[in-house]
Design a protein around this ligand. Sequence first.
Ligand code: ZN
Length: 186
Amino acid sequence: MMEGSFVLPGDAVGSAEEFVPGDCTYAKGGMIFATTTGLVKVDSKTRSAQVIPKTNAPVKLCLGDIVVGEVIDLKDSLVIISLAFKKGHEDRPISDEEATIHISNVRNSYVKDLRHLFSVRDILKAKIIDERQMRLSTGDEDLGVIKAYCNRCMTGLMRKDNKLVCPNCGNTETRKTSSSYGLGVV
Ligand code: ZN
């Protein structure tokens, strides 16, 4: 593999033994492949190989990317999210792009009721697991709700043990929180 090589989706970018897959790549069968048209870039410190999309589109969303968005609706088996930005591209907001999390991709264990784990207006961090239908997952420990508001009084909730507590009215709520809940960092 060559730094700066031009690749098409599905082209091999390098060996998974040598590099870890970065933005716009995925690993399969010991190799790393491009998910988009662009130029190969290697980070020698992190040993990651990524593809810089060649298009001028504001922000390209690829399989495996971490995105941040706001919950705008909850269905029986789906969380509907309005995407805000992609991790690492906080200065380039995403507009008018919606994504969904299916109940089976919320966490690694069974979920009975989504309404116990998300609420409209929550800000969450999730990983893209299907970039065509824009489906997300919050299964990993660092993924999930990073900011939530009290359903009674709209005050920002604080994490206390495994629950979220309202510092204003004392209301207790539950969410599928990210390990970085309330830290203000993505
Ligand atoms: Zn409250």
